[in-house]
Design a protein around this ligand. Structure first.
Ligand SMILES: Nc1nc2c(ncn2[C@@H]2O[C@H](COP(=O)(O)OP(=O)(O)O)[C@@H](O)[C@H]2O)c(=O)[nH]1
Ligand SMILES: [Mg+2]
Length: 334
């Protein structure tokens, strides 16, 4: 891969894996119950990567599969040791932890993530690399046309529009598992991935100043096995969106969110009660006979609570602060 001539800043933390970077590409494949797919996928992947003449490793993360996925992976490992690595979780922990486990072991200069169900096409790998060479740090795939049932594509469309308008990161297919990362991103200890945050990596990476791009990729319908992403995970995605919005905009300055909110609520409460008092002077209706009085009181209490929440959040922020987390360096000339 063509690199910029200027030295890139060394990762802040050197993991043992990053010390032996002699592999061009790592492909991390999270799998859950994909017994019929993993071998075919590996065969396609290795054929493609051999064709491209790149050194590579494929890290499968078996996330508590209850079928024969692990047995299949074990066979693949025995037949292709050196190229295949397998991590097996004790139980199902979710896609994000699986990707994080894969990242922590990846040795490649470029790290791909890819679904294990043969819906992503390994032939697209070279197009991802070309895009990275244009100077991007993260390239994410846009399944086009997407060959999934409407019950998946419709919610996904809504989700993508929501994320796009809420975050300002305009991607068409944020949930796509097929992505390529420059090593720096996966070594960035400030990109904290937990819960179901894997889908928001482009948003968080963009927010830290990484250059994010999208390319259209070919997509295949699922042939074997079943989809695991249904309505429940969609709902979790929405909650996570709110969370990510908060984390990327106000985490570092919580009082800026809660302060104005509290101030305006408090002010509104005060104005409402001033109005109540004024009205009682004019109409001689005692204030305690005016239900609006209590609305005003409630608003004032909420306002004070918001401000206190903001101050408490600032306190947590103060103690949790770590030097270096508020910036992200692209290059250093020294
Ligand atoms: N590690 C892990 N992988 C998962 C989990 N659920 C699904 N996957 C994998 O994520 C990829 C995409 O899942 P899939 O069910 O095809 O989702 P869809 O393409 O959105 O229908 C596949 O490789 C699955 O095996 C999970 O709970 N943990
Ligand atoms: Mg799929």
């Amino acid at each position: 891969m063509q690199q910029t001539p200027i030295r890139t800043t060394a990762p802040e933390v050197l993991t043992p894996a990053s010390l032996s970077q002699d592999i061009a590409i790592t492909i991390v494949v999270p799998v859950m119950n994909e017994q019929q797919n993993v071998r075919l996928l590996y065969e396609k992947l290795s054929a493609q990567l051999n064709l491209m003449d790149k050194s590579y490793e494929v890290v499968f993360v078996d996330d508590g599969s209850t079928d024969n996925t692990f047995a299949e992976l074990q066979k693949l490992y025995e037949e292709n040791s050196g190229h295949v690595r397998v991590i097996r979780f004790r139980r199902n922990f979710g896609k994000t932890p699986a990707l994080v486990a894969g990242f922590s072991r990846a040795r490649g200069q470029v790290v791909f993530t890819m679904d294990g169900d043969l819906q992503d096409d390994p032939e697209e790998i070279s197009r991802f690399l070309e895009k990275l060479d244009e100077g991007y740090d993260l390239v994410t795939g846009w399944k086009f046309p997407r060959l999934d049932p409407i019950s998946k594509t419709f919610p996904s469309h809504i989700f993508n529009s929501l994320v796009s308008s809420a975050t300002g990161v305009h991607l068409h297919d944020i949930n796509n598992g097929f992505k390529a990362y420059r090593r720096e991103i996966i070594e960035d200890t400030n990109l904290k991935l937990y819960g179901e945050f894997h889908r928001f990596v482009p948003v968080m990476a963009h927010w830290r100043g990484y250059r994010v791009a999208e390319i259209k990729v070919r997509h295949h319908p699922r042939r074997f096995g079943v989809s695991k992403f249904g309505a429940r995970r969609f709902a979790r995605g929405l909650i996570d969106l709110l969370n990510v919005l908060f984390l990327t905009s106000f985490l570092r300055t919580p009082l800026r969110l809660f302060g104005p909110l509290g101030f305006w609520t408090l002010l509104l409460g005060i104005l409402v009660d001033i109005f109540v008092v004024g009205r009682s002077i004019v109409t001689h209706v005692p204030i305690h006979n005016q239900p609006l009085l209590f609305v005003g009181i409630l608003l004032m209490i909420f306002g004070v609570q918001f401000i206190l929440t903001g101050l408490q959040s600032e306190m947590i922020r103060h103690y949790a602060f770590q030097p270096g987390e508020e910036y992200s360096i692209r290059q250093e000339l020294e």
